[in-house]
Design a protein around this ligand. Structure first.
Ligand code: CP
Length: 309
């Protein structure tokens, strides 16, 4: 593995399998009464979040704490960013205080890459603009493998606002690397023009795709990133591309419903559907801690030291 985690495209199938297997061994730590191991004692992890987050920030914090690292949470409000301090000076300041790893979320695609040019420590991408969200992709792969026993040959649809979705890019690339069959589904305006180069199929007909699936992965409609009118109305979007209570019946038995969160209940997914037994959205959140523990361990801990040697 590389020194940083910037994109899932930097990982081979063997890298992904190693990360998922390492997460498997850390999953058990979360079930103990004392949920802590000493693997990263004395190391410092900084969560540098320029955009809002519930799942990713908290699970990185929990992951680092469960590995006994010291954790600093940095958000822009209340910091010197409000006085105009740049990303570079902020990151150098945190490094000067002893940060071994910086976990960064930023609205600009490429911000984590830029940090690697200024810092000596490890950089982990927690979501950059519309580019990638590799730890989300990995926790989704983990959840699919956990529930369905394999990744190779799985038929997965990623449905909705693919154009603006860093999750869709990381998950799509990760699934293709692991030998799954991926179909991007959405209105033509929300499918990226370069989708065929991802190694995936494209469909504009959710009803035609649903009966063939092992996993139906719904994406959030990202109104905050949409600068144009991509569909006539939310009502029409939900009618054509929402996973409604009626539509979900077309899935075969055992097929999973997934969503990265946060959900717009009643827009891309009906509230009842989000709470069905085959909807594994909370498992995704739980597995996110184990995946982030595995990544911090492999980059900073014994795994990283073995790699360097
Ligand atoms: N899935 C995800 O990235 O959620 P948050 O924005 O809450 O971190």
């Amino acid at each position: 593995m590389n020194r940083h985690l910037l994109s899932i495209r930097d990982l081979t199938a063997d890298d992904v399998t190693r990360i998922l297997d390492t997460a498997e061994s850390f999953r058990e730590v979360g079930t103990r009464v004392i949920k802590k191991v000493p693997a990263l004692r004395g190391r410092t992890v900084v969560n540098l979040f320029y955009e809002g987050s519930t799942r990713t920030r908290i699970s990185f914090e929990l992951a680092a704490k469960r590995l006994s690292a010291d954790v600093i949470n940095f958000t822009t409000s209340g910091s010197s960013v409000s006085k105009g301090e740049s990303l570079k000076d902020t990151a150098l300041t945190l490094q000067a205080m002893g940060a071994d790893a910086i976990v960064v979320r930023h609205s600009s695609s490429g911000a984590p890459y830029q940090l690697t040019r200024w810092l000596h420590g490890h950089v982990l991408n927690a979501g950059d603009g519309t580019h990638e969200h590799p730890t989300q992709g990995l926790l989704d792969l983990y959840t699919m493998r956990e529930k369905l026993g394999r990744l190779e040959g799985l038929r997965v649809a990623i449905v909705g606002d693919v154009l603006h979705s860093r999750v869709a890019r990381s998950l799509g690339f990760g699934l293709v690397t692991m030998g799954a069959e991926v179909t991007l589904v959405g209105p033509p305006t929300l499918i990226p023009p370069d989708a065929p180069a991802w190694g995936v199929e494209v469909s504009y007909d959710l009803d035609g795709v649903l009966p063939k699936l092992d996993v139906c992965y719904m994406l959030r409609v990202q109104t905050e990133r949409q600068r144009l009118e991509y569909f006539p109305s939310v009502r029409e979007y939900s009618r054509l591309f929402g996973l409604t209570s009626r539509r979900v019946e077309q899935l075969q038995d055992g097929a999973l419903v997934m969503h990265p969160g946060p959900m717009n209940r009643g827009v891309e997914i009906d509230s009842d559907v989000a709470d069905l037994p085959n909807s594994v959205i909370e498992d995704q959140v739980t597995n996110g801690i184990a995946i982030r523990m595995a990544l911090l361990y492999l980059l900073l801990g014994a795994g990283g030291r073995e790699e360097a040697a």
